[in-house]
Write a protein that binds this ligand. Structure first.
Ligand SMILES: [Fe+2]
Ligand SMILES: [Fe+2]
Length: 310
């Protein structure tokens, strides 16, 4: 146990509230500040867009790929935050007549996710202003949220902690000395990270609290549901990799033959799996919390499922 884990849960909720108040930001005043995107800048850093695996593309084309991925980044976050917010509102019920500090922490969490979704809608629209027509993101966040919330709370909290931890890693990637990165997109990473840091703490608190209430059988079923949720995320990533590779091919201004088109789609998928699945699954803290709740056999089941997504 480290020092942080010795702090009682009530105190941790209270600290999350304090931090949330301290870092609170405004979309226009703090993040956008009257700026717009510039097609000469990358939106995602090379480490996230996996520029290295798009081996057939020129530097300019890789920059365009980072812009496509940046726009998809905004759309994917807008999508996952729909179900995260719904689950947080549902969990807040447990605190209505209990720990009012925990309730306040979850209300702020929910309010922040509403704001983040609004930010990501703005980013999508602003990216559209400097990108050629034809970009598509056809997955409905409400349909996804309905399907996700059909799974057990244990499973939804597992994937939520995974997601909210990888935003921290994404921020760290973005502050790397990646030349040519959009200052505005860099700020999106920075400001999102500031509030997501509290969310990850709350996910963990809620997950551990909820875990204490489930039976051994329920938990075992929830492990399978977590695997199903990861597979569902992968289905979304496969569809979007196909859409984004098609958009690149249609708008890059040169001929792309069938073999190269397949390689580009595969690279998009690999990049998205890194961004939205493996960067979280490999996060040391996620591994630590997860392994504290499950058996070795259940852990092996999860690892085997993740290994198929390469
Ligand atoms: Fe968020
Ligand atoms: Fe969040």
């Amino acid at each position: 146990m480290n020092a942080i884990e010795k702090i009682p849960a009530t105190e941790r909720y209270a600290r999350a509230v304090q931090a949330s108040k301290r870092v609170r930001w405004d979309i226009d005043k703090d993040v956008i500040r009257g700026r717009s995107f510039d097609a000469g800048h990358k939106f995602l850093p090379d480490g996230l867009s996996r520029a290295d695996i798009f081996t057939t593309l020129s530097a300019d084309e890789k920059r365009f790929v980072s812009q496509i991925q940046g726009r998809t980044y905004a759309n994917i976050f807008g999508l996952v935050e729909r179900f995260i917010n719904a689950k947080v509102l549902e969990l807040s019920h447990d605190h209505w007549f209990g720990d009012q500090v925990a309730l306040e922490a979850l209300i702020r969490f929910s309010d922040e996710e509403m704001k983040h979704q609004a930010l990501f809608r703005r980013i999508d629209a602003m990216a559209g202003e400097v990108m050629p027509d034809g970009y598509r993101f056809d997955i409905d966040p409400n349909d996804v949220a309905r399907a996700v919330l059909g799974k057990s709370t244990w499973a939804v909290l597992a994937i939520t902690l995974d997601i909210e931890l990888f935003t921290q890693l994404h921020y760290r990637e973005s502050i790397d000395a990646d030349t040519g990165l959009s200052a505005l997109f860099k700020d999106v990473f920075l400001y999102h990270w500031k509030e997501e840091s509290q969310h990850a703490i709350l996910d963990e608190l809620e997950w551990v609290r909820h875990d204490a209430e489930v039976t051994v059988e329920q938990r075992d079923r929830a492990v399978d549901e977590f695997i199903e949720l990861v597979a569902a995320v992968d289905g979304i990533l496969q569809a979007q990799a196909k859409a984004d590779a098609g958009y690149f091919k249609a708008t890059c201004g040169r001929m792309v033959d069938a073999a190269e088109a397949r390689a580009i789609e595969a690279a998009f998928l690999k990049a998205y799996r890194w961004q939205y699945i493996h960067s979280g699954a490999q996060h040391p803290h996620f591994g630590k919390v997860l392994s504290g709740l499950i058996t070795e056999k259940q852990g092996a089941r999860i690892q085997a499922a993740l290994a198929t997504l390469h």
